[in-house]
Design a protein around this ligand. Sequence first.
Ligand code: SF4
Ligand code: SF4
Length: 235
Amino acid sequence: MHETIDLIAHSAMRDLLAITRKTGQPTTIALLDTVPMEHVQEIEITEEHITVTYNQKTTFKYNVNEISHKEWSYKYNEDPEFVKAIGAVIELARKHLRDVPDNIACPPGCAECCSGYEPFVSRADVQRIADHFKMSYEETLAEYVVARDSADGFVVGYLRKVEDDIASQCVFLKGNTSGRHYCGIYDARPHDCGAFTPIGCEDVDASLRHDRKFEPGSPFKPKPRPTTAKRKLRR
Ligand code: SF4
Ligand code: SF4
Protein backbone atom coordinates (compact mmCIF):
# COMPACT_ATOMS: atom_id res chain seq x y z
CA MET A 1 0.00 0.00 0.00
CA HIS A 2 2.73 2.44 1.01
CA GLU A 3 4.74 1.56 -2.08
CA THR A 4 1.70 2.34 -4.20
CA ILE A 5 1.26 5.70 -2.51
CA ASP A 6 4.96 6.55 -2.88
CA LEU A 7 4.64 5.72 -6.54
CA ILE A 8 1.79 8.23 -6.87
CA ALA A 9 3.88 10.94 -5.19
CA HIS A 10 6.94 10.28 -7.38
CA SER A 11 4.79 10.26 -10.43
CA ALA A 12 3.13 13.57 -9.54
CA MET A 13 6.57 15.08 -9.06
CA ARG A 14 7.64 13.91 -12.50
CA ASP A 15 4.44 15.39 -14.00
CA LEU A 16 5.16 18.73 -12.38
CA LEU A 17 8.69 18.86 -13.75
CA ALA A 18 7.40 17.85 -17.17
CA ILE A 19 4.94 20.77 -17.16
CA THR A 20 7.78 23.16 -16.33
CA ARG A 21 9.91 21.80 -19.15
CA LYS A 22 7.06 21.86 -21.65
CA THR A 23 5.46 25.19 -20.88
CA GLY A 24 8.22 27.18 -19.23
CA GLN A 25 5.65 28.02 -16.63
CA PRO A 26 7.27 28.15 -13.19
CA THR A 27 6.12 25.28 -11.05
CA THR A 28 7.32 24.86 -7.52
CA ILE A 29 7.33 22.11 -4.98
CA ALA A 30 4.88 24.22 -2.96
CA LEU A 31 2.27 23.43 -5.58
CA LEU A 32 2.46 19.80 -4.60
CA ASP A 33 0.53 18.58 -1.62
CA THR A 34 3.43 17.07 0.24
CA VAL A 35 1.60 16.34 3.47
CA PRO A 36 2.29 12.65 4.12
CA MET A 37 -0.66 10.37 3.39
CA GLU A 38 -0.76 9.02 6.88
CA HIS A 39 -4.42 8.23 7.20
CA VAL A 40 -5.70 6.77 3.98
CA GLN A 41 -9.48 6.48 4.13
CA GLU A 42 -10.25 4.93 0.80
CA ILE A 43 -8.53 3.88 -2.41
CA GLU A 44 -10.69 3.50 -5.48
CA ILE A 45 -9.23 1.92 -8.58
CA THR A 46 -11.03 2.13 -11.92
CA GLU A 47 -9.76 1.21 -15.35
CA GLU A 48 -8.19 4.63 -15.77
CA HIS A 49 -7.91 6.32 -12.43
CA ILE A 50 -6.79 5.68 -8.93
CA THR A 51 -8.32 7.99 -6.35
CA VAL A 52 -6.92 8.09 -2.85
CA THR A 53 -8.91 9.83 -0.14
CA TYR A 54 -6.73 10.51 2.85
CA ASN A 55 -6.30 12.43 6.09
CA GLN A 56 -10.02 12.92 6.49
CA LYS A 57 -10.98 15.28 9.27
CA THR A 58 -14.45 15.51 10.77
CA THR A 59 -15.37 18.61 12.74
CA PHE A 60 -18.34 17.88 14.94
CA LYS A 61 -20.81 20.75 14.97
CA TYR A 62 -24.15 21.29 16.60
CA ASN A 63 -26.42 20.38 13.70
CA VAL A 64 -24.14 19.37 10.87
CA ASN A 65 -20.72 17.76 10.78
CA GLU A 66 -18.14 19.30 8.54
CA ILE A 67 -16.01 16.75 6.74
CA SER A 68 -12.90 18.00 5.03
CA HIS A 69 -10.71 15.60 3.20
CA LYS A 70 -7.86 15.53 0.75
CA GLU A 71 -8.17 13.51 -2.35
CA TRP A 72 -5.54 12.52 -4.87
CA SER A 73 -6.83 11.45 -8.23
CA TYR A 74 -4.34 10.04 -10.68
CA LYS A 75 -4.75 8.86 -14.24
CA TYR A 76 -2.40 5.96 -14.61
CA ASN A 77 -3.26 4.03 -17.72
CA GLU A 78 -0.46 5.61 -19.74
CA ASP A 79 2.13 4.98 -17.08
CA PRO A 80 3.56 1.47 -17.55
CA GLU A 81 5.26 1.49 -14.15
CA PHE A 82 2.03 2.32 -12.42
CA VAL A 83 -0.08 -0.09 -14.44
CA LYS A 84 2.39 -2.83 -13.47
CA ALA A 85 2.06 -1.92 -9.76
CA ILE A 86 -1.74 -1.88 -9.97
CA GLY A 87 -1.63 -5.22 -11.80
CA ALA A 88 0.42 -6.69 -8.94
CA VAL A 89 -2.11 -5.43 -6.39
CA ILE A 90 -5.03 -6.89 -8.38
CA GLU A 91 -3.18 -10.21 -8.77
CA LEU A 92 -2.54 -10.31 -5.02
CA ALA A 93 -6.24 -9.67 -4.34
CA ARG A 94 -7.14 -12.47 -6.78
CA LYS A 95 -4.71 -14.83 -5.05
CA HIS A 96 -6.29 -14.17 -1.68
CA LEU A 97 -9.72 -14.62 -3.19
CA ARG A 98 -8.57 -18.07 -4.29
CA ASP A 99 -7.19 -18.69 -0.78
CA VAL A 100 -10.68 -18.42 0.71
CA PRO A 101 -12.07 -21.92 0.90
CA ASP A 102 -15.40 -22.69 -0.79
CA ASN A 103 -16.90 -23.81 2.47
CA ILE A 104 -15.91 -21.35 5.14
CA ALA A 105 -17.79 -23.12 7.93
CA CYS A 106 -15.71 -24.92 10.52
CA PRO A 107 -15.56 -28.66 9.97
CA PRO A 108 -18.31 -30.13 12.15
CA GLY A 109 -16.94 -31.41 15.41
CA CYS A 110 -13.80 -29.26 15.39
CA ALA A 111 -13.41 -27.26 18.55
CA GLU A 112 -9.69 -26.69 18.79
CA CYS A 113 -10.41 -23.04 19.55
CA CYS A 114 -12.53 -23.98 22.58
CA SER A 115 -9.23 -24.91 24.20
CA GLY A 116 -6.34 -22.52 23.98
CA TYR A 117 -8.50 -19.38 23.96
CA GLU A 118 -10.36 -17.68 26.74
CA PRO A 119 -13.59 -16.15 25.43
CA PHE A 120 -14.23 -12.82 27.11
CA VAL A 121 -17.71 -12.25 28.43
CA SER A 122 -19.73 -9.09 28.87
CA ARG A 123 -22.57 -8.57 31.34
CA ALA A 124 -25.02 -9.39 28.55
CA ASP A 125 -23.21 -12.69 27.87
CA VAL A 126 -23.32 -13.67 31.55
CA GLN A 127 -27.00 -12.73 31.76
CA ARG A 128 -27.80 -14.80 28.63
CA ILE A 129 -26.05 -17.86 30.10
CA ALA A 130 -27.78 -17.24 33.44
CA ASP A 131 -31.21 -17.09 31.74
CA HIS A 132 -30.34 -20.24 29.77
CA PHE A 133 -29.64 -22.14 33.01
CA LYS A 134 -32.37 -20.32 34.96
CA MET A 135 -29.71 -19.22 37.42
CA SER A 136 -29.02 -15.79 38.83
CA TYR A 137 -26.41 -13.50 37.29
CA GLU A 138 -24.27 -13.72 40.44
CA GLU A 139 -24.39 -17.54 40.58
CA THR A 140 -23.44 -17.80 36.90
CA LEU A 141 -20.59 -15.36 37.35
CA ALA A 142 -19.24 -17.24 40.36
CA GLU A 143 -19.61 -20.69 38.79
CA TYR A 144 -18.54 -20.22 35.16
CA VAL A 145 -16.59 -17.00 34.84
CA VAL A 146 -13.13 -15.99 35.96
CA ALA A 147 -13.95 -12.42 36.90
CA ARG A 148 -11.62 -9.81 35.41
CA ASP A 149 -12.98 -6.29 35.03
CA SER A 150 -11.91 -4.29 32.02
CA ALA A 151 -11.15 -0.59 32.21
CA ASP A 152 -14.38 0.33 30.42
CA GLY A 153 -16.44 -2.14 32.47
CA PHE A 154 -17.74 -3.90 29.35
CA VAL A 155 -15.89 -7.18 29.82
CA VAL A 156 -16.46 -8.78 33.20
CA GLY A 157 -14.18 -11.80 32.81
CA TYR A 158 -13.59 -14.90 30.71
CA LEU A 159 -15.17 -18.35 30.66
CA ARG A 160 -13.76 -20.91 33.03
CA LYS A 161 -11.69 -23.83 31.81
CA VAL A 162 -11.99 -27.36 33.12
CA GLU A 163 -8.55 -26.89 34.61
CA ASP A 164 -6.76 -23.67 35.44
CA ASP A 165 -4.68 -23.76 32.27
CA ILE A 166 -5.27 -21.84 29.03
CA ALA A 167 -4.74 -25.06 27.04
CA SER A 168 -7.52 -26.78 28.98
CA GLN A 169 -10.94 -26.95 27.39
CA CYS A 170 -13.86 -24.63 28.03
CA VAL A 171 -16.08 -25.82 30.81
CA PHE A 172 -19.04 -25.92 28.39
CA LEU A 173 -17.34 -27.97 25.68
CA LYS A 174 -18.89 -31.39 25.18
CA GLY A 175 -17.89 -34.41 23.11
CA ASN A 176 -14.71 -36.12 24.11
CA THR A 177 -12.69 -36.19 20.91
CA SER A 178 -12.04 -34.04 17.87
CA GLY A 179 -14.78 -34.69 15.34
CA ARG A 180 -17.31 -35.20 18.12
CA HIS A 181 -16.96 -31.90 19.99
CA TYR A 182 -19.85 -29.49 20.29
CA CYS A 183 -20.70 -26.44 22.38
CA GLY A 184 -22.92 -27.35 25.32
CA ILE A 185 -24.53 -23.89 25.44
CA TYR A 186 -24.58 -23.15 21.72
CA ASP A 187 -27.61 -20.83 21.65
CA ALA A 188 -26.40 -18.93 24.70
CA ARG A 189 -22.67 -18.92 23.93
CA PRO A 190 -20.75 -15.65 24.40
CA HIS A 191 -20.59 -13.14 21.57
CA ASP A 192 -16.83 -13.76 21.40
CA CYS A 193 -17.45 -17.43 20.45
CA GLY A 194 -20.13 -16.63 17.86
CA ALA A 195 -17.90 -14.02 16.24
CA PHE A 196 -14.93 -16.39 15.95
CA THR A 197 -14.24 -17.13 12.32
CA PRO A 198 -12.55 -20.11 10.68
CA ILE A 199 -11.07 -17.79 8.04
CA GLY A 200 -7.34 -17.81 8.63
CA CYS A 201 -7.71 -20.28 11.50
CA GLU A 202 -4.46 -22.13 11.97
CA ASP A 203 -5.82 -24.55 14.54
CA VAL A 204 -8.38 -26.28 12.33
CA ASP A 205 -8.34 -30.05 12.51
CA ALA A 206 -7.89 -30.54 8.77
CA SER A 207 -8.53 -34.27 9.01
CA LEU A 208 -12.23 -33.59 9.65
CA ARG A 209 -14.71 -33.66 6.77
CA HIS A 210 -17.28 -31.00 5.94
CA ASP A 211 -19.67 -33.28 4.13
CA ARG A 212 -21.18 -35.27 6.93
CA LYS A 213 -24.21 -34.69 9.05
CA PHE A 214 -23.36 -33.70 12.58
CA GLU A 215 -25.69 -34.40 15.47
CA PRO A 216 -24.72 -32.63 18.67
CA GLY A 217 -25.45 -34.55 21.85
CA SER A 218 -27.19 -33.41 25.00
CA PRO A 219 -26.61 -29.84 26.14
CA PHE A 220 -24.45 -28.91 29.10
CA LYS A 221 -26.36 -29.14 32.35
CA PRO A 222 -25.29 -27.22 35.43
CA LYS A 223 -24.53 -29.23 38.53
CA PRO A 224 -27.59 -29.46 40.76
CA ARG A 225 -27.48 -26.61 43.21
CA PRO A 226 -28.33 -27.10 46.88
CA THR A 227 -31.89 -26.14 47.74
CA THR A 228 -32.51 -23.07 49.90
CA ALA A 229 -33.15 -25.32 52.92
CA LYS A 230 -29.84 -27.19 52.40
CA ARG A 231 -28.01 -23.91 51.88
CA LYS A 232 -29.36 -22.72 55.24
CA LEU A 233 -28.28 -25.96 56.93
CA ARG A 234 -24.74 -25.58 55.60
CA ARG A 235 -24.26 -22.24 57.34
S1 SF4 B 1 -18.87 -21.46 25.12
FE1 SF4 B 1 -19.05 -23.03 23.57
S2 SF4 B 1 -18.18 -22.13 21.73
FE2 SF4 B 1 -17.48 -20.89 23.46
S3 SF4 B 1 -15.51 -21.76 24.06
FE3 SF4 B 1 -17.06 -22.76 25.30
S4 SF4 B 1 -17.61 -24.61 24.20
FE4 SF4 B 1 -16.53 -23.28 22.77
S1 SF4 C 1 -11.83 -24.54 12.41
FE1 SF4 C 1 -10.77 -23.14 13.79
S2 SF4 C 1 -12.35 -21.69 14.38
FE2 SF4 C 1 -13.39 -23.49 13.56
S3 SF4 C 1 -13.82 -24.81 15.34
FE3 SF4 C 1 -11.86 -25.49 14.46
S4 SF4 C 1 -10.33 -24.36 15.63
FE4 SF4 C 1 -12.29 -23.31 15.95
